[in-house]
Design a protein around this ligand. Structure first.
Ligand SMILES: Nc1ncnc2c1ncn2[C@@H]1O[C@H](COP(=O)(O)OP(=O)(O)O)[C@@H](O)[C@H]1O
Ligand SMILES: [Mg+2]
Length: 255
């Protein structure tokens, strides 16, 4: 059997005395699209920071394609878009993409870049300008372009739709459908439950650092007898601390 793209096993993370992740056991299979849903402060970004070894975990282990996440080489399999993408302000958009291509050990491929920019409805002429003149949406599109250029087996996207208009959101979905056709995995966070339902094979509901549900979006609706995934999500987190036990949540991920 192939190793999972991502495997969290018994992960705990505290900031000072505040426990932010509590016994997280989760996986993302190779080629699978998984969406992490949770209210602000649920621990989504912290989970990603732990995965990328940007911060230490207090206990447990994390593996990327079967390699411990503490090994730098494990991260060669992934491309990452942070929640707050901020390119160095003194670079032009083209310079930034050039540096990103080098970091990803690709040659600068104008036709591929222009294709992604066109899908995201980003004016190619703006690449000559300094990124400090970019709007929030343009900056996000630049970050998405650099990320999708990387062509890795795993994409980690923290709030990829943040600051994007509906046209650009549709563009991201098109790029994600190319990623899916290429058999790559995606682990993304989003507040937009209908978007997760549309894009992802499985949704994980994280609440107070505990994954209370992991399964297909349709099953989240079924389990909570709701038609709308937003309502099912709300029912899940309302009942989570008192209803489902942590063990039940973990069992869900294995189903
Ligand atoms: N560097 C940090 N130091 C202390 N607390 C932090 C730090 N980063 C995040 N937190 C806290 O951890 C919790 C989870 O934050 P975060 O992972 O950013 O949530 P989410 O991405 O789900 O909105 C929040 O209560 C947040 O205030
Ligand atoms: Mg976050």
């Amino acid at each position: 059997m192939h190793a999972a793209a991502i495997q969290f096993s018994g992960v705990y993370k505290r900031y000072g005395t505040a426990e932010v992740l509590h016994n997280v056991n989760l996986h993302v299979n190779a080629g699978e699209f998984v969406g992490l849903a949770g209210v602000n402060g649920a621990g989504k970004t912290t989970l990603i920071k732990c995965l990328l070894d940007f911060c230490n975990i207090d206990s447990g282990s994390i593996q990327l394609f079967g390699q411990l996440h503490l090994r730098a080489a494990s991260r060669s399999a992934l491309a990452f878009l942070p929640e707050r993408f901020l390119p160095p302000h003194y670079l032009s958009g083209a310079d930034f993409l050039g540096h990103a291509a080098k970091l990803h050990q690709h040659s600068y491929d104008p036709s591929r870049i222009n294709h992604i920019l066109a899908v995201l409805n980003f004016d190619e002429g703006a690449l000559k300008r300094s990124v400090r003149s970019y709007s929030k949406g343009m900056t996000q599109k630049l970050g998405l372009t650099a990320t999708f250029l990387a062509e890795r087996p795993l994409y980690i996207l923290d709030e990829p739709m943040s600051g994007l208009d509906p046209q650009a959101r549709a563009g991201v979905k098109r790029l994600l459908s190319d990623v899916r056709k290429a058999g790559k995995a995606v682990f993304l966070t989003s507040h937009a439950l209908p978007e997760i339902e549309e894009i992802c094979d499985r949704v994980i509901v994280l609440h107070h650092g505990v994954p209370y549900f992991a399964g297909p979006p349709s099953r989240l609706c079924q389990d909570y007898s709701e038609v709308s995934i937003e309502q099912a999500f709300l029912r899940c987190i309302e009942t989570a601390p008192h209803g489902r036990t942590e063990q039940q949540a973990l069992t869900s991920d294995r189903r």
